[in-house]
Design a protein around this ligand. Sequence first.
Ligand code: ADE
Length: 250
Amino acid sequence: MRLDILTLFPDLFPPFLEESILGRAIKKGLVDIKLVNIRDFAEGPHKVTDDRPFGGGEGMVMKAEPICWAVESVGREKNKPFSILLTPQGRKFDQPTAWDLSQKGHLILICGRYEGVDERVRTGCVDMELSIGDYVLSGGELAAMVVVDAVSRLVPGVLGGERSNLEDSFQDGLLEYPHYTRPRVFRGQEVPEILLSGDHEKIRVWRRTESLRRTLQRRPDLLNEARLSEEDRRILEKLKEEAGKIEAGS
Ligand code: ADE
C-alpha cells in the first residue's frame, strides 16, 4: 500500500513513521509512505502557500494551486490515487472507513492548515473529506497520522499474528474484552480464574461475553450495527437480564 502525505510540515512525521508496527511495515516494504511538502509546489521567490480571504475577514486561507499541483504530481489518470482532505468538516473516520481505505492501494492525505483551505481544492482535487472527531486541531497532520496508523495495520502482513486485527475493538463492531498478563495478582486484583484454566472454549465464551458486556455498558449504540451471532444474542439477553436485576435491587 502506498500513502502520500501532503503537508507544510513534513518534519512532524519521521519519528511517528519510524517506530513500532508502522516502522516495521515500512522496512518490510508492506507500506510505502512519501512525504510531500506543499511548499515545493508554491510559486514565486517566497513560495507563498496562503493568502487573505476574498470577502475579507480574519485569518489566512491555503491557496488551491500548490495543493492541487502537489496532488497531481503524485499520480494522474491511470492508477489514480484516492485523495483525502483532512478537515473537521469531513465525514467521521471510523473502522469501516479504515477497511475501505486499506483496499484502495494508493492514498493521498492532504493536511490543511490556517483558517481553511480554498474551496476549489475540495471541489477540484479531493475524492473524500475526513474528520477524526468533533474538535478542531491546528492542522490536518495529527489527523493524517491517525488515518495512516489505522489503515496501515489492516494491510495484510503488517500485524504479526493474522488474527490480531480481527480481534481488535470495532473489527466486528464490538469493544474488546479485558486483557491480562503477569503477575496473577496486582495490588490485590486477581486475574479472572477462567483465563488460567486452559479451557479454550470456556475462555472464548468468557471473552465474547465480556466484549458484549463492555459494549452494552459503554457504547450500546454500536450494538445496532454489530455483527451478532445467535450465541451473541443469547449472551446479550442474559447480560440485559442481569443488568435489570441489579437496577431493581439497588
Ligand atoms: N483538521 C483540523 N481538525 C481536524 C479534525 N478534527 N479532523 C481532521 N482534520 C482536522
